[in-house]
Design a protein around this ligand. Structure first.
Ligand code: ADP
Ligand code: MG
Length: 313
């Protein structure tokens, strides 16, 4: 099968939300009046972000999920995506399952795949996601203010626990691994939460490299510090039982949202948690500069070094 046959078979679906999708030199997209385009790219490289023998269906899901998570963190509605894929060989069975995983999640979020690029090479998957957000409504990293509450969605650390098990740093029983594996392989991007928080939260980030690292980005960008109540971090019963709650601070791959909001918004946030059936936990408070300083509830510094995953660290 030619490159064009491959694209037609595996990556061409109807794109009702686009003026023109896959097949021409460029896609044509109409942004809704009054909205701005939110654009983000995330790349997954075999051996770095996933095991070379990863389940292709789950990989298709995760390739899009990590990008949807960036839209969630901006409070943007994801609408379109492009996919650049580099493949060592044409394996139709693998591609069928990869695209099934990708399109299942795309359909769930009404995202159209409108273009991309396909080449031969080491397995690499790069998605550019395009979303819309009303002018001035995006949830940016630089908007946290002293006095804001800090909130986090869901539970933290289970994805890192599953990864540690696969890497032999932790040993879990088969049943325990089954409990956390989905958090690593099939993260659920918090798109509905990001949309609900527009006009309520002040700043937001998605947790991909660990809470300390990602909250650190918000604090640096906003020129503020924070007090973190480490005992309040939402962790699973499994993480607690395994005595690995440190993963909630510096594990990666959670894809939960960490947001700040004025204390006057607590009722609004509780209502959103109920409506979305997703726990939202208050884990600290933003304080004045120095920028990036993070302290625990006893006032001791929490260092950002050794936390989060830095590819060039
Ligand atoms: P060009 O030579 O103009 O770059 P290509 O042959 O690379 O065009 O791609 C042909 C069409 O297929 C384009 O519309 C492109 O966006 C789309 N396309 C290529 N690869 C992918 C892919 N992996 N997923 C979705 N669309 C793709
Ligand atoms: Mg091309």
């Amino acid at each position: 099968m030619s490159e064009f046959g491959l694209i037609r078979r595996h990556f061409t679906r109807s794109a009702p939300g686009a003026l023109l999708g896959v097949g021409d030199d460029a896609a044509l997209l109409q942004v809704t009046q009054g909205n701005v385009l939110a654009v983000s790219t995330d790349m997954l490289v075999s051996g770095t972000h996933f095991f070379p023998d990863a389940d292709p269906f789950l990989l298709g899901h995760k390739t899009l999920a990590v990008n949807l998570s960036d839209m969630a963190a901006m409070g943007a509605r994801p609408r379109w995506a492009t996919l650049a894929i580099s493949l060592p060989e044409q394996n139709d069975e693998w591609l069928d399952r990869f695209s099934a995983g990708f399109f299942a999640l795309a359909q769930q979020h009404e995202v159209d795949l409108v273009g991309g690029d396909t080449t031969r090479g080491a397995l690499t998957l790069s998605v550019t996601i395009l979303g819309e957000v009303a002018y001035g409504q995006a949830l940016c990293r630089d908007a946290a203010r002293a006095g804001d509450d800090i909130w986090v969605s869901g539970e933290l650390g289970d994805a890192a626990l599953a990864l540690a098990h696969l890497q032999g740093r932790v040993t879990l029983s088969a049943e325990d691994y089954a409990v956390c594996a989905g958090r690593l392989h099939q993260p659920q991007p918090r798109v509905a939460l990001g949309l609900a928080l527009r006009g309520i939260a002040r700043s937001a980030i998605d947790i991909s490299d660990g809470l300390l690292a990602d909250l650190g980005h918000v604090l640096e960008a906003s020129g503020v510090g924070a007090i973190l109540d480490i005992d309040a971090l939402p962790v699973s019963a499994l993480l607690r039982r395994q005595r690995q709650t440190r993963f909630a601070l510096n594990g990666g791959d959670d894809y939960e949202l960490c947001v700040t909001a004025a204390p006057g918004r607590r009722d609004d946030i509780a209502r959103i948690a109920t409506r979305l059936d997703l726990p939202l936990t208050r884990i600290g408070q933003v304080e004045t500069a120095p920028a990036g300083r993070l302290r625990d509830s006893h006032g001791a510094d929490i260092t950002l070094e050794e936390s989060g995953y830095d590819h060039f660290g």
